[in-house]
Design a protein around this ligand. Structure first.
Ligand SMILES: Nc1nc2c(c(=O)[nH]1)N[C@H]1C(S)=C(S)[C@@H](COP(=O)(O)OP(=O)(O)OC[C@H]3O[C@@H](n4cnc5c(=O)[nH]c(N)nc54)[C@H](O)[C@@H]3O)O[C@H]1N2
Ligand SMILES: Nc1nc2c(c(=O)[nH]1)N[C@H]1C(S)=C(S)[C@@H](COP(=O)(O)OP(=O)(O)OC[C@H]3O[C@@H](n4cnc5c(=O)[nH]c(N)nc54)[C@H](O)[C@@H]3O)O[C@H]1N2
Ligand code: SF4
Ligand SMILES: [Mo]
Length: 695
């Protein structure tokens, strides 16, 4: 290797999965990105991971701090220095705090392992109003896990590598990619693992499946109830596990009596015979079965119940704690390692209740990330108190939540709106100040811990110096903390940040050098099944959750058939594709070339009736909102639904490659900000009907 070549072990930032990567640079520019070979299950990166090079080389991103000079959203900016931008924000924030109290300051981010420092900043100020994106993603499945086991969804791992039957229900593992999961599932299938896919369209995962159920959109709960019915009626569940670990099984048995496979067959549009055969196959493979409880579950008013029943099925099959099922993860602490020191522990938790009601008005909703849509609502209603400053930290709610025009009106009540981002986004465009975050290849992050069968600490390091006047998260927090009298969070170098975190662990930053991580177990460590104690009040899997009942929510909720679309309309559905991430890669030079626009999947039957041909441009409309998009006429989708990949239909002229390409699904969700699952908390984004007409 010549002097100019450098290898850096780091963490991908092209999506939320954060795969370990190896980056090669030459003369300070990225040459090649691949999976970190020190992780045995990291067989490569996905197309988006490769396109990190295109991201960092892109000039169409904010290149210096910007302060708005025109109307909000008018796109008139003044380029300023970091000092000027941070002074501006600090002064505005002080004003808000003086007038309304610290609780009037809020921040939302994109979740994940690198949040500790900016969350500590909020605590230091004294506000409880931290939210993340999850009300538009996995809140329903998280709350479902909590209600059944008392633990969050990440307390267990999907042990795909050793599974004998995997069920993907509204989980498109081969396109909504987590590289490691895909590799493990492929390995398992090579060894004979069966795959069942339950979806409303034939996605890529379904093409690899042994069994595919194309269900009527919104009827998954019916299917799950009938599988529970069958497992119990036939007595083919894990009786030993159930007697030890499941509370109120008899209540469940009573409840599912009417939900027979014959009944579900009519609801879902699949045969009763295949449901029976499916249940038996699951029982044969138990306990090495994973019925995936879903990930992007912000879809229906009953999505929480779909995930809840998925967890209950896993319990009936005894897959909790089992190899090839849902084994419990280990924390570094379980391996005798002292935890990373937390920045959040520098400050007491704030006294005020959360503005979104999580944990008090809504006692069944976890306080941690709360519910973003209710934070935004309070910006307008000022109920229970005003929120006047908001930072979108690596978050684009104007693309990721329904009805952006309505959401903008809510944001217009703010005295200060800041966006911290590495690319342009609708949210950044509508902000008062844009702080350019260095891309993940140009920045380092705080050290993070991964709870897993083999737990570890991992590190993101900069592979190259920033191309523009951008900064890393820790630098931005330090800059704000300095101006807002929080000296504990002011650091001069990232080495000092890391040393703070590692202080009690006995490790130093040098221990990451060889592989990019510190691994605490040589092989997967499975906790013994007999040692399982769930974190519910009864220490068992709870069929009846008192916490839900106390909040007025039925643990066993009778099934309600979803509305059929009105005559001439379709249920709007959406999802991911392997070549793009959410709303922020449509303008990526490499990825936009691979897939420049999204298309509208529509069934050939209704398409013919409407005179729509494959490839023709159509108008999709709902309540005054309208988007244009090309039609993809196919038999691979349920006739009640139309489908589009999320993240297109960009309108910002600063994104020349994405501008005007395809349609924005969220713009067709008129009124959708106030439509959410009361039990799971997430926004119900698939409760919208659209008309489709030739353009
Ligand atoms: N209508 C509709 N709405 C949806 C969805 C849908 O399918 N349809 N999907 C939902 C889902 S699953 C989610 S998770 C949310 C996502 O919603 P968001 O979290 O808002 O989506 P991203 O596009 O990932 O936004 C991240 C923003 O942070 C910036 N950013 C800064 N640094 C980084 C970094 O290191 N990595 C990344 N990745 N971004 C960075 C990006 O440029 C981008 O502007 O949207 C949800 N909303
Ligand atoms: N390539 C890529 N990978 C990603 C991401 C990305 O942006 N791009 N984002 C990451 C994030 S943040 C998330 S949350 C995950 C999301 O991971 P997933 O939830 O697996 O992804 P989606 O594509 O949103 O939805 C999965 C499937 O649900 C189906 N579906 C829609 N409605 C219904 C229904 O009523 N019933 C059933 N059974 N199925 C239905 C869709 O057709 C789709 O095939 O992906 C992660 N991985
Ligand atoms: S799945 Fe792809 S984009 Fe996401 S972190 Fe992994 S390599 Fe990067
Ligand atoms: Mo997500």
């Amino acid at each position: 290797m010549t002097e100019s070549l450098k290898t850096t072990y780091s963490i991908c930032g092209m999506c939320t999965v954060r795969c370990p990567i190896k980056v090669e640079t030459e003369h300070g520019r990225v040459r090649f990105i691949q999976g970190n070979p020190n992780f045995s299950s990291m067989k490569g990166v996905c197309p988006r991971g490769v396109a990190g090079k295109a991201l960092v080389e892109d000039d169409e991103r904010p290149q210096s701090p910007l302060i708005r000079v025109g109307e909000r959203g008018s796109g008139h900016w003044k380029a300023v220095s970091w000092d000027e931008a941070l002074d501006y924000i600090a002064n505005k924030m002080k004003g808000v705090i003086e007038k309304y109290g610290a609780r009037a300051v809020s921040l939302s981010d994109r979740g994940g392992p690198f949040r500790d420092m900016h969350r500590a900043f909020l605590r230091g100020l004294g506000t409880p109003n931290y939210c993340n994106h999850d009300a538009s993603c996995a809140r329903n499945v998280q709350h479902a896990a909590l209600s059944v086991t008392g633990q969050g969804r990440k307390a267990v791992e999907y042990d795909l590598k050793n599974a004998k039957h995997v069920v993907l229900q509204s989980r498109n593992m081969f396109e909504a990619v987590n590289v490691q999961e895909v590799g493990d599932l492929v390995d398992a299938m090579d060894k004979g693992c069966r795959l069942t896919v339950i979806d409303i369209r034939a996605n890529v995962s379904s093409t690899k499946a042994n069994r595919f159920f194309m269900v009527r959109p919104g009827t998954d709960y019916a299917l799950n109830l009938s599988v529970i019915h069958e497992l119990l009626k036939e007595g083919i569940y894990d009786k030993d596990f159930a007697s030890k670990h499941i509370q109120d099984l008899d209540a469940l048995e009573q409840f599912v009596k009417p939900y027979t496979p014959d009944w579900a067959a009519k609801e879902c549009g699949v045969s009763a015979e295949s449901i029976r055969a499916f249940a038996r196959e699951l029982a044969d493979a138990a306990p090495s079965v994973i019925w995936h409880p879903g990930w992007m579950t912000a879809r229906y008013k009953d999505s929480f119940q779909v995930s809840r029943t998925a967890y209950i099925i896993n319990a009936l099959l005894g897959s909790y704690g089992a190899k090839g099922g849902l084994p419990f993860v280990n924390k570094p602490g379980d391996m005798g390692v002292r935890s990373l020191k937390k920045f959040m522990d520098l400050y007491p938790s704030p006294k005020d209740e959360r503005v979104d009601g999580a944990g008090w008005r809504l006692p069944h909703i976890e306080k941690g990330p709360g519910l973003t849509h209710l934070l935004f609502k309070a910006m307008e209603t000022e109920d229970p108190y005003p929120v006047k400053a908001y930072i979108a930290w690596r978050h684009d709610p104007l693309m990721g939540l329904p009805d952006p025009d309505r959401l903008q009106e809510r944001f217009n009540n703010l005295d200060l709106m800041v966006s911290v981002t590495f690319s342009w986004s609708d949210t950044a465009w509508h902000s008062d100040v844009v702080l350019p975050l260095s891309t993940y290849l140009e920045r380092e992050s705080i050290i993070a811990a991964k709870n897993a069968l083999q737990p570890y600490f991992f590190l993101r390091q900069r592979a190259m110096e920033p191309r523009f006047d951008s900064k890393a998260d820790w630098e931005i927090v330090s800059g704000l903390a300095k101006r807002l009298d929080l000296p504990e969070l002011v650091f001069d170098s990232v080495e000092d940040v890391w040393a703070f975190q590692l202080k009690d662990t006995g490790y130093t930053i040098d221990d990451f050098k060889e592989t990019g991580r510190i691994l605490f177990a040589d092989k997967p460590v499975y906790k013994a099944q007999e040692d399982i104690a769930f974190k519910t009040p009864s220490k068992k899997i709870e069929i009846i959750s008192q916490k839900l009942e106390d909040a007025g929510i039925q643990s066993l909720k009778p099934y309600e058939s979803p509305q059929h679309p009105p005559e001439g309309a379709f249920r709007l559905t959406f999802g991911r594709v392997a070549t793009h991430t959410q709303g922020h890669t449509a303008n990526n030079t490499a990825l936009s070339e691979l897939m420049p626009e999204n298309v509208l999947w529509i069934h050939s039957g209704p398409a013919e009736a409407l005179g729509i041909e494959d490839g023709a441009t159509v108008n999709v409309a709902n309540n005054g909102a309208q988007e244009s998009i090309k039609a993809r006429v196919t038999d691979c989708i349920h006739p009640e639904a139309v489908f589009m990949v999320h993240g297109f239909g960009h309108r910002l002229k600063v994104e020349s490659r994405a501008l005007g390409k395809g349609a924005a699904d969220n713009r067709l969700m008129t009124g959708g900000l106030d439509n959410w699952d009361r039990a799971g908390g997430a926004v119900a984004m698939q409760e919208h009907f659209v008309t489709v007409t030739p353009a």
